[in-house]
Design a protein around this ligand. Structure first.
Ligand SMILES: NC(=O)c1ccc[n+]([C@@H]2O[C@H](COP(=O)([O-])OP(=O)(O)OC[C@H]3O[C@@H](n4cnc5c(N)ncnc54)[C@H](O)[C@@H]3O)[C@@H](O)[C@H]2O)c1
Length: 357
């Protein structure tokens, strides 16, 4: 793997400012498509990766999680939080940053903001899954929950599946108006709905991306008709789900990594042995995704470490190509690797000679 910097003390860092410029330079829909390809590539070699449910620290209003994985060559982890109340104080519900490292030396090779990158990778994963799980007759999708993730979701489905009609609903109408305005600017036709029931009318893909720290019922059984694909994004924590159980019982359920999804996904509300299919099995052709036009499919998305690994792997290549990163002085690099203490002494001596001068 090429290094962005030859210096041993520095690690390339992609700031929020750089990330926005990278997305604008590449073009957001191209970024979403290329990222989906990288995620799909990594799902195809699923068995090469270390896999563990993420390490979660729950508190009254939210959760902080660490998401590690490795393919034996590279290692990555993401720090991410989920605090639905945050938007009331002007903060994001979800923020994140992450690290990609070289397994041979253990040295980090990239540090990046991942708040924007998480929205991009979540949307790319959703649309990639829908390629296998949604009906090809789909012209319109519904998005319930029009917060930070929503435009990314719509743009990924537009870029990967050609969906150009989106029906929007949020309990906060100002969120729906903002989302519609942003999507209209990109040529996506939007319908602003007054209820979730109205939003799902005629939509064969339904994305739920609400944020509430409870077992909510965003979709009831009567709202999900034959042939619908549900992309359930917002239920991603113990005690935080979006679908009525009956919807799950009528559906074929697809997950990322079963042990994590049993803890965090919609399927936490089902018995431990309820059958599910992991998405990588569909991507590799070992299992079938959509079988017919009447089947109801649910992608019970919680977000898995391999998607972040793919995102960092892709970002590293794009940051290198565009030159949009800075070198962080992060790793101590003494002349003699064992003389770490001496490095501090030499720094003190340099400081003293400067103050005498
Ligand atoms: N699966 C994943 O990989 C993944 C990745 C990122 C975020 N998420 C989850 O997706 C959800 C959305 O994230 P976000 O960053 O957009 O959050 P956000 O707070 O920016 O937006 C959530 C929106 O949902 C709306 N909402 C809440 N309850 C609702 C209801 N009952 N009906 C309709 N709308 C409702 C809110 O008004 C808000 O506009 C969160 O729960 C987050 O944890 C999942």
């Amino acid at each position: 793997m090429l290094a962005l910097s030859d210096k041993l003390n520095t690690v390339p860092f992609v700031s929020v400012d750089h990330m926005m410029k990278i997305v604008l330079t590449v073009g957001i829909e191209r970024f979403l498509c290329e990222l989906a390809e990288v995620i799909e590539e990594d799902f195809r070699r699923w068995k090469e990766f270390d896999k563990t449910p993420r390490v979660a620290s729950h508190s009254r209003d939210g959760v902080i999680e660490l998401m590690p994985t490795s393919d034996g060559r590279d290692y990555s982890f993401k720090y991410v939080n989920g605090h639905p109340k945050n938007t009331r104080s002007g903060r994001q519900t979800v923020t994140a940053f992450g690290v990609l490292s070289d397994v041979d030396t253990g040295y980090p090779v990239l540090i990046s903001e991942m708040t924007i990158l998480t929205a991009l990778r979540t949307a790319s994963t959703s649309a990639m899954a829908a390629k296998y799980l949604a009906s090809r007759e789909t012209a319109a999708m519904a998005i319930i929950g029009n917060g930070a993730q929503s435009e990314f979701q719509a743009l990924a489905f537009h870029a990967l599946l050609g969906i150009d009609k989106v029906r929007l609903y949020d309990v906060d109408p100002s969120a729906t108006s903002r989302c519609a305005r942003n999507l209209n600017e990109r040529g996506i036709h939007t319908t602003l709905c007054r209820s979730a029931e109205e939003a799902v009318e005629g939509a064969l893909i339904v994305t739920t991306a609400t944020a509430d720290k409870q077992c909510a019922t965003i979709l009831t059984d009567n709202m999900v008709g034959a042939g619908v694909h549900v992309n359930a994004v917002g239920g991603d924590c113990p005690g935080k789900t979006e679908l009525q159980k009956d919807v799950l019982y009528r559906s074929d359920i697809f997950v990322e990594f079963t042990p994590q999804s049993r803890i965090e996904g919609e399927i936490q509300n089902l018995p431990e042995d309820h059958p599910v299919t992991e998405l990588w099995e569909v991507v590799t052709g070992q299992k079938t995704g959509r079988k017919n036009n009447r089947q109801i499919t649910v992608f019970d998305s919680v977000g898995f470490a391999i998607e972040d690994f793919s995102a960092l792997r892709y970002l590293r290549e794009v940051a290198e190509r565009t030159g949009l990163s800075v070198d962080l002085d992060l790793l101590a690099d003494p002349d003699d690797p064992r003389d770490l203490y001496g490095m501090i002494q030499r720094c003190a001596a340099q400081k003293d000679s400067k103050s005498l001068a």
